[in-house]
Design a protein around this ligand. Structure first.
Ligand SMILES: [Zn+2]
Length: 347
């Protein structure tokens, strides 16, 4: 995937594209930022731009100085680009955690050895270490020597959502590119590109919390189901003020049907809660008479308007906070049923 197909991150991508063009890319870099937002794809695009045999060079008008005003991008079609995309280019090396969840010292020694040679085919060898925070300390130390005296023809890219897990010595050797969560607009545009309808894309993007990876996991069908359940539970809670028993009953609707595997249970409840948060945000928008074009779920606007009376103001805010806390509890491994029961009593 060339730079031009990366969703969002325009500034960072522009910086990389100019540095590759000027041959001033640092020998080691940290790509830091939340999971699922395109760090690995950007590293791949960088490897392609470094080794493409038919690169596209563009004048970059946004740049102030003329000398730095060119960017380079991979063609995406040549043999080198295709092999890099498939992970089989001899000069683009990947390291990632094995079955144990960590990156061992042997894996690092292996790539350090290979990085010492000149590239076989390409111009510059790229070493991409995914989930670099999984490097055991001994492996980080083994890498350190290479980061201190990098082989001239290699670039090391360390990808991580938890840079604080890396040794200070490693951090200090690698300039950091900080990736930010994507805006709902970027995510929706990416989904539309992948064939989703505009309405589905907006609804999915609203629950993705800045992660395109998560948005892609949530198929539109799942989302519609999650939203139906969330809407039903909100309506039930609105109709049963002062009737805790009835509310606990509606918690059963929130919990996925038995038979689903444990991890799946959790994932499903989480997606229902994210849908609920998105609905509550829209209800807040409607109750403050804000612009309806900002709605994340415009296709269910009439149903949301019916809920506005119950959830406007204080109660809506309380409900939203409760959903947020429930999501936090799920991440913290609280039981699915306990979380659902607690939540419905707060709505
Ligand atoms: Zn190419």
């Amino acid at each position: 995937m060339p730079f031009r197909d990366i969703i969002g991150h325009r500034q960072l991508v522009g910086l990389l594209a100019r540095s590759v063009r000027r041959e001033s890319l640092p020998p080691s870099l940290i790509f830091a930022g939340p999971a699922g937002i395109g760090k690995r794809l950007t590293a791949l695009a960088t490897a392609q731009a470094l080794n493409c045999t038919a690169p596209v060079i563009t004048k970059d008008d946004s740049s102030a100085s003329a000398s730095s005003g060119e960017t380079i991008d991979a063609c995406g079609k040549c043999k080198a680009c295709k092999r890099i995309a498939r992970g089989v280019h001899p000069d683009v090396l990947f390291v990632e955690p094995g079955d144990t969840g960590s990156i061992k010292i042997e894996q690092v020694r292996d790539i350090v050895d290979r990085a010492a040679y000149r590239p076989f085919e390409g111009r510059r060898r790229a070493v991409i270490i995914d989930q670099a925070d999984a490097l055991v300390p001994a492996a980080q130390n083994a890498l350190l020597k290479t980061l201190e005296e990098p082989p001239p023809s290699s670039v090391f890219m360390l990808i991580t959502s938890r840079p604080d897990m890396l040794l200070p010595t490693v951090l200090s050797r690698c300039p950091r590119l900080q990736f930010r969560a994507l805006g709902p607009h970027d995510i929706a545009a990416a989904l539309v590109k992948r064939g989703h309808s505009e309405a589905d894309a907006r609804a999915v993007a609203a629950t993705a919390e800045g992660s395109l990876g998560r948005a892609l996991e949530t198929s539109a069908g799942d989302l519609v189901e999650a939203r139906d359940v969330a809407q039903h539970v909100l309506a039930q809670a609105a109709a049963s003020v002062g009737n805790p028993r009835k509310r606990i009953e509606s918690a059963q609707d929130l919990v996925p049907k038995p038979g689903a595997r444990g991890a799946d249970d959790r994932r499903q409840l989480a997606s229902r809660l994210r849908a609920m948060a998105s609905l509550l945000r829209d209800i807040e928008l409607l109750s403050t008479r804000a612009d309806v074009r900002a709605l994340a779920n415009p296709d269910v606007q009439p149903a949301l308007e019916r809920l506005t009376k119950a959830y406007e103001g204080e109660r809506g805010i309380r409900a939203f906070t409760a959903v947020d806390r429930a999501l936090g509890a799920l991440v913290g491994n609280a039981g699915v049923k306990i979380v659902a029961d607690w939540l419905v009593l707060q709505l």
